[in-house]
Design a protein around this ligand. Structure first.
Ligand code: NDP
Ligand code: MG
Length: 381
């Protein structure tokens, strides 16, 4: 019997890769629900192609709800994310929404006992304790889609967690890896969107250029694998072949490798701990891959990385402030209201003004998120 899948963010980069993976695994998975933010026509077409019974459009025209055909249901607003995520025929929710907007659907899916294949890392950064508690209490589980965290999971699966002493996440270094600091500060939007090894949506592409993405991933790893920040390192690896290393207590290191493609971590998040045959993933050739190199992060050039890790260490609601301020700063940069070099300063101003509220419940966190957005927005003027 095939498993029912909901894809939140089905019109984006991860959503599209997930549809390709599911298309190759039709005996295992079937699409039940798809959502998008505003791309109505693309969503409608994907609904027709996959036979999804539920299509949720967050930012919908009034006509959307009435335009469903062939027994299909058209949901609207943010509730449609929760509706898709808790649909009774869904067993696996692939959360590929970008930003904090994915949080409530993740919590609802976990409370309903679903597996959440999580690409939406902002959810864990904003509310890691709440999300992990929802997984424990609701009987659901979180399996990472992010390639570095998938790598770690693949290395530790079947081994006692007490044997793990350190994680080393790899970073491509982004498009500005070797650049002069003054040139980085004035980089254009087009330059920042030109990632050397991955093709991704605009927000994560900018996060990869500032290395905020790697700070988000350090915090994500902290919550997913329960390790302290001293046990999570990052190394720049421009070829993006090694996706992550795990060091065990005896000093032995395991790594997971492969050509950069999100389709393998997406498939693994759906089948973990099992592996299934997939002809769509390009087989690795070590000779063709050539040299694999590693270097430290230039923290003086990519200041936002250290801000993010410090926010992770500070804990409570500091990561939520970091995440919200970054979302605002990235949008302001994409809108050409601030320069690339100002992104870290906008994030820092929100973190500096933050009073350190606790992160005990969803309402408090959503309040912190709103406050951080307003504070960061003011710093963009
Ligand atoms: P994209 O921008 O390509 O896609 C985002 C998707 O989310 C679209 O379907 C979009 O709908 C929808 N969406 C956007 N805003 C909202 C909102 N406010 N509410 C509901 N839905 C919304 O992003 P990516 O696929 O690149 O990234 C998605 C997530 O996965 C991010 O958290 C990212 O960090 C993470 N990730 C991505 C990787 C990649 O390779 N792309 C790798 C690892 C992690 P619409 O099309 O209608 O706007
Ligand atoms: Mg990643």
């Amino acid at each position: 019997m095939s498993k029912g899948i909901a894809i939140l963010g089905a019109t984006g980069s991860i959503g599209t890769s997930t549809l390709r993976v599911v298309d190759r695994q039709q005996d295992r998975f079937r699409i039940v629900a798809l959502t998008a933010f505003g791309a109505a026509e693309k969503l409608r077409q994907r609904g027709r192609e996959t036979g999804a019974g539920f299509l949720g459009l967050v930012n919908a025209e009034p006509s959307w709800a009435k335009s469903a055909v062939d027994g299909r249901v058209h949901g609207t607003g943010t509730e449609s994310l929760v509706e898709a995520a808790t649909h009774p025929d869904v067993e696996i929710v692939v959360n590929a929404v970008v930003g904090a907007a994915g949080l409530e659907a993740t919590l609802a899916a976990l409370a309903a006992g679903k597996r959440v294949a999580l690409a939406n890392k902002e959810t864990l950064v904003m509310a890691g304790d709440l999300v992990m508690a929802a997984a424990r209490d609701g009987g659901g589980e979180i399996v990472p889609v992010d390639s570095e965290h998938s790598a770690v999971l693949q290395c530790i699966t079947g081994r006692p967690t007490v044997d793990v002493s350190r994680l080393i996440l790899t970073a491509s270094g982004g498009p500005f890896r070797g650049w002069d600091p003054t040139r980085v500060a004035t980089a254009t939007v087009d330059e920042a969107l030109e990632h050397p090894t991955w093709r991704m949506g605009p927000k994560i592409s900018i996060d990869s250029a500032t290395l905020v993405n790697k700070a988000l991933e350090v915090i994500e790893a902290h919550y997913l694998f329960g390790l302290g920040y001293d046990a999570i390192d990052v190394v720049v690896h421009p070829q993006s072949i090694v996706h992550g290393f795990v060091e065990f207590v005896d000093g032995s290191i395991l790594a997971q490798m492969g050509y950069p493609s999100m389709e393998l971590p997406i498939l693994y998040a759906m089948t973990h701990p099992e592996r299934v045959a997939d002809v769509g993933v390009k087989r690795f050739d070590p000779v063709a891959a050539g040299d694999l190199t590693f270097e430290p992060i230039r923290q003086d050039v990519f200041a936002a990385f250290a801000l993010g890790v410090a926010a992770g260490r500070a804990g409570a609601s500091a990561p939520a402030v970091f995440n919200a301020a970054n979302e605002v700063a990235v949008q302001a940069f994409l809108d050409k209201r601030i320069s690339f070099g100002q992104i870290a300063g906008v994030i820092d101003s929100a973190l500096q003004a933050h009073r350190g509220d606790p992160a005990e419940d969803l309402e408090t966190l959503l309040g912190v998120d709103r406050w951080a957005r307003e504070t960061a927005e003011a710093a963009c003027c």
